[in-house]
Design a protein around this ligand. Structure first.
Ligand code: AMP
Ligand code: FE
Ligand code: FE
Ligand code: ZN
Length: 283
């Protein structure tokens, strides 16, 4: 069984429609696919309907943008009750923070010699309920300033980069409480990707697991090399965390993240779905 538990559609910052992601999963022989758009559930109905039609099991997911000790950390929830008002309210707040600082980033870009209008950014947003850095990057690519999204992040938009402006994100411990209360199983996405290793050492991971009920960590991910994966696997074993593997597919928006490039063990998937059932979520 091929199980991929982390993928994005154009409802956040991927480039395929939700149904398009599911169709691609079917074409690649994937049996179980979680749609985990950033901070929104808006893509789930279309993905679930398409999955029913083409025979791919679609899992409800969301990737919540969080912080821990000043670093950006991503927490994936599986099977939340989307109507949970506390979770929905927090996701709205995150989305508003993301969109709200776009004018400040456009001002910085202007000063740096990359003039860009809000209309040019909005042309890249599609059906996403918030506007973020990936859309700004796409607009700069569309104007011919850079060859692809990654190049824009590398020169301008990465955390702390010359055109970066910070935004609201909840502490990961608060997001863990909200997701669990909404019935979700929780997995830290790419815990040692992009500098978050500094804040997510074994002591912190153990505390998130034992004191805040974190269920797993995403170990097999393109942001982790082989030795990183081995270290994380050993920590997960000692601390008692489930280990997942996923693509973090973004369509044309990310290199090296094809659907199914990393997979999750079926036993782990079933353990996660058992957690969702126990918490009253939607497996
Ligand atoms: P935002 O929510 O507007 O701050 O944008 C964050 C999103 O941009 C993340 O969810 C990633 O998809 C993407 N992103 C962040 N940092 C990088 C990076 N260094 N390289 C490529 N994509 C990135
Ligand atoms: Fe993303
Ligand atoms: Fe992420
Ligand atoms: Zn992701």
């Amino acid at each position: 069984m091929r199980i991929d538990l982390h993928a994005h559609s154009a409802i956040s910052d991927g480039t395929d429609t939700p149904a398009g992601v599911v169709l691609r999963a079917r074409d690649l022989g994937i049996d179980v696919l979680a749609l985990t758009d950033h901070d929104t559930f808006d893509g789930l109905p279309e993905a679930l309907a398409c999955g029913t039609t083409v025979g791919v099991r679609v899992v409800r997911g969301v990737e919540v943008s969080c912080t821990l000790l000043g670093s950006s950390v991503h927490l994936v929830g599986y099977g939340p009750r989307e109507e949970d008002e506390d979770l929905a309210e927090e996701l709205r707040r995150i989305r508003q923070g993301r969109s709200g600082r776009v004018p400040a980033m456009l001002a910085k870009l202007h000063q740096l010699g990359y003039p860009l209008t809000m209309a040019e950014v909005e042309a890249q947003v599609g059906d996403s309920p918030s506007v973020g850095r990936p859309h700004i990057a796409d607009a700069l690519v569309a104007k011919g300033f850079f060859p692809d999204r990654n190049a824009v992040f590398d020169s301008l938009l990465a955390d702390g980069g010359p055109a970066f402006v910070d935004r609201y994100a909840p502490d990961v411990r608060h997001a863990l409480r909200l997701l669990r209360a909404a019935g979700a199983a929780t997995v830290l996405a790419h815990p040692w990707g992009r500098g978050s290793r500094r804040v997510l050492d074994e002591t912190v991971l153990a505390s998130l697991a034992h004191d805040y009920g974190l269920d797993g960590i995403e170990v097999d991910h393109t942001d982790h090399d082989e030795s990183t994966r081995a270290e994380l696997r050993a920590i997960a074993e000692r601390v008692g965390l489930l280990v997942t593997g996923s693509s973090d597919y973004h369509g044309a928006g990310k290199r090296d993240n094809e659907l199914g490039c990393n997979l999750t063990d079926p036993l782990v998937f079933h353990a996660l779905m058992d957690v969702v059932s126990t918490r009253g979520g939607r497996p």
